[in-house]
Design a binder for this molecule. Sequence first.
Ligand code: SF4
Length: 699
Amino acid sequence: VIELGTPDRSVVTTCAYCGVGCSFKAEMQGDQLVRMVPYKHGKANRGHSCVKGRFAYGYASHSDRILNPMIRDSVDQPWKEVSWEEALDFAAKKLVGLQAKYGQKSIGVITSSRCTNEETYLVQKLTRAVFGNNNTDTCARVCHSPTGYGLGQTFGTSAGTQDFDSVEKSDVIIVIGANPTDGHPVFASRLRKRLRQGAKLIVVDPRRIDLLHTPHMGEGHHLPLKPGTNVAVVSALSHVIVTEGLMDEAFIKARCDLDAWEDYKAFISEDRHAPEATEALTGVPAATLRDAARAFATGGNGAIYYGLGVTEHSQGSTTVMAIANLAMMTGNIGREGVGVNPLRGQNNVQGSCDMGSFPHEFPGYRHVHGDEVRQMFEQVWGVSLDAEPGLRIPNMLDAAVDGTFKGLYCQGEDILQSDPDTKHVAAGLAAMDCVIVHDLFLNETANYAHVFLPGSTFLEKDGTFTNAERRINRVRKVMAPKNGYADWEVTQMLANAVLKETGGARWTYTHPAEIMDEIADTTPSFAGVDYALLEAEGSVQWPCNEEHPIGTPLMHVDGFMRGKGRFIVTEYIPTDEKTGPRFPLLLTTGRILSQYNVGAQTRRTENSLWHDQDLLEIHPHDAENRGLKDGDWVRLASRSGETSLRAKVTDRVSPGVVYTTFHHPDTQANVITTEYSDWATNCPEYKVTAVQVAASNGP
Ligand code: SF4
């Protein structure tokens, strides 16, 4: 008799939570997963893990999973379980009918950064080659789309510049708008190790995050800015460096566009950017800002790590470019220990963007306008392609409300819970005639769906994820899909069901390795990637091609991807979201270690024991003014809506700022958030909402 707990085989695969991309050995007994053991040869984690990757996999066998396809004619009818063939036939006929009635561009897709590269590639191919439009978008829209824009404009490509190992050579580290100990725990351990070895830390964050309490660390600076003033703070740092002559003139002269530098230098030297001029605006004492700027510019290798506290703002893209300016002016690009590093929230945000999930870009960040690249894809896919960019997620919802967008295939994404302005999302979904939800669970979006296609977990499929350091890690099938098909197979079946109606050639992929081969054939940064190489090397970092046959740990070493690095003038423009007498506090949001995003997975595991509700952090002064004690129920209200949660009185937040997590659907954090978004990418401004907090009797 073999007792559970005695594995008889193991499979190396990749964690499906955050962008660190830890490798695990899934230890199996028959078809039962016994435990996940951090893989000591994993290049991203070197044998370490956090409580999510190690313990929060039980959702894969949770009884809430829907394993059979379902359809219904309207959302007020009950679901009817049907065969895969019937569900796909029903979906295809609806989509084709909508296009016939409302036009080629009346349908689209939303894909997920939780899915593999191969799945994401197929979803954008479905949109472009089968639906015949570019209405494809990704949940990266609501997190790191400003990274794509900002780093593309300044450096020439949307990717972090370093590998994780690089932090071991850093001497001074800026962490801005990120809380790595909760959001990216395994990387945070490496960062803390470097801090204990004496590296200096500069934290730019409205909260006093745990990293600032690292035992035995070197010098630390906390810049407790008011939410929404990132650009002003980074500009003040740059102003000090430029006006005090602390720039790396040799780097700028050799590596950067000098006309752009002169324009930027004149702009940033203006007195209005000085710490003393911006202190009242940002809330950061001028002396603290000056000390931090000098520490960064003169402290040796300077690295910058940032998260959604940078991107999810009306000036998210501007802040990314301001950060890139800061790195270039101090010569902190192109060697170990330096760089600009977005900490990606989801396991495959990098990959989802790389694979052409945005409505204006083919895989490899090439604009759909480009005749040469479009003709190449037309030849490979055997169809004509649309040269006009498609709709972003918010545009799809707006068009649905206006009656011109009628059908949506939504893979692995619960937009009703995770996107801002819940009422508007609901109105958009309700106005569509065909919503297809492809997911593990009947999520909130499925309330508005006509077709439900069961999804597969990361344990049930082959493929690859690309982590925050551009590392392409293998995802290996550990067990057969409980729903019968991996997600890439479902997308292929949907494509073929539509093609049966419209008459195109069927798709015939038999394994994700074939999809990767097509990605390599069509995408220069992946040209050298295939599954044999990934088996041999364990993982590789793109660009991986003839020039870099086993990948590229450090980007922009001899020159920027765009040639010369481009400084960009980054004018601070205040958000339209203002505090006032009715809404005097600013709400910002973040994550907690044991939970993940809207909690669809972690809440269905024992991790929920560690965090069973979202709390509202409030400063003791603000709590006292409202007669609140720790643990009291409060009503949290904004101009958009209101919700109830319990108060946590703490001086981790500054007076005037409140903070909560968004892992529990009861909290309905996105009922509170605003309609504002990044000017360049429409990434929602989740991080700044004017609110009022008052005692309440609970929900
Ligand atoms: Fe998974 Fe991220 Fe935790 Fe690693 S650090 S185990 S990738 S959630």
